[in-house]
Design a protein around this ligand. Structure first.
Ligand SMILES: [Zn+2]
Length: 277
């Protein structure tokens, strides 16, 4: 008789769905085999559950890709729960993975944590779990490449928040509030030198212009103006978050300065985005 999936098992499956690159969601994947063993299920049933979640994914539907049609009501509820509160569900699912599998980063080999310096050591476990989920979900969506230049060196890749988590804590684990970016483009985006318009094309601030720019400056910044953002495999960037970034960060000196601006002129915008100051 088929055993119903428990809530913990569904949380783990959705966690895997978010963090695993699409091409690896099959029953021969060692991570899926290991998780299936912990759950007492077959690798095929775990892989199938991941594909069930794909049937809810609007970014896949937009590309004409359909997941399996056997998704259950419980699958839908987990999908909806995550989308209503990414931060809490990211934490719950990371903890469920730890409980059942005995350790947290079941797909760590895909996008390993990169040490961020001394502050990393004092971060709370909860923040680290949420941040780890966000990083892996965003990097998996972009198949481990920078959304602007396609650089694929993992040590130079980061999952950047479109609306900084200091501005909107509710969206700190939401992968639609993220972009996979190389270190240079992450910094340029975060400090307002770059933005993305409604048609997903890169905007470049006039502050990047200078006389006789060296080749790297030209190629990495000036010549990317108008280029199309790499389309992610899922969790496409949220247009309202990109609009917020254009209005509050682009061309005005970066996120830190602009948070002050938000406090003064933008509470209505933030409220519309469900944010907190
Ligand atoms: Zn880049």
């Amino acid at each position: 008789m088929r055993r119903a999936w428990s809530r913990d098992e569904l949380l783990i499956a959705f966690n895997l769905y978010c963090r695993m690159p699409f091409g690896r969601m099959h029953q021969r994947n060692p991570t899926i085999i290991a998780v299936a063993k912990h759950l007492g299920r077959t690798p095929g049933s775990v892989a199938m559950k991941l594909c069930n979640f794909a049937s809810f994914d609007p970014s896949l539907q937009a590309r004409g890709v359909r997941g399996l049609s056997g998704a259950s009501l419980a699958d839908r509820e987990v999908w909806d729960e995550f989308h209503a509160d990414w931060t809490q569900l990211a934490l719950n699912s990371q903890q469920a993975v730890g409980r059942i599998c005995g350790r947290e980063p079941v797909v760590a080999e895909e996008f390993p944590e990169i040490p961020q310096g001394p502050s990393e050591a004092v971060r709370s476990v909860r923040v680290r779990l949420v941040q780890s989920f966000f990083r892996q979900a965003v990097l998996a969506s972009y198949e481990g490449k920078c959304a602007i230049c396609s650089l694929g060196l993992r040590r130079l890749l980061t999952a950047g928040h479109i609306i900084p988590w200091s501005v909107n804590r509710e969206r700190r684990a939401d992968p639609t509030n993220g972009l996979a970016l190389c270190s240079l483009h992450e910094r340029a985006f975060d400090t307002g030198l770059l933005a993305v318009d409604d048609s997903m094309r890169v905007m470049v601030s006039a502050a990047t212009r200078c006389d006789r720019p060296p080749p790297v400056h030209r190629v990495a910044l000036l010549e990317i103006e108008g280029s199309r953002l790499v389309r992610p495999r899922r969790f496409a960037p949220d247009p309202t978050a990109l609009a917020w970034h254009r209005e509050n960060v682009f061309g005005c000196g970066g996120a830190t300065t602009c948070q002050t601006t938000v406090k003064v002129i933008g509470p209505r915008v933030l409220a519309a985005l469900g944010g907190t100051i």
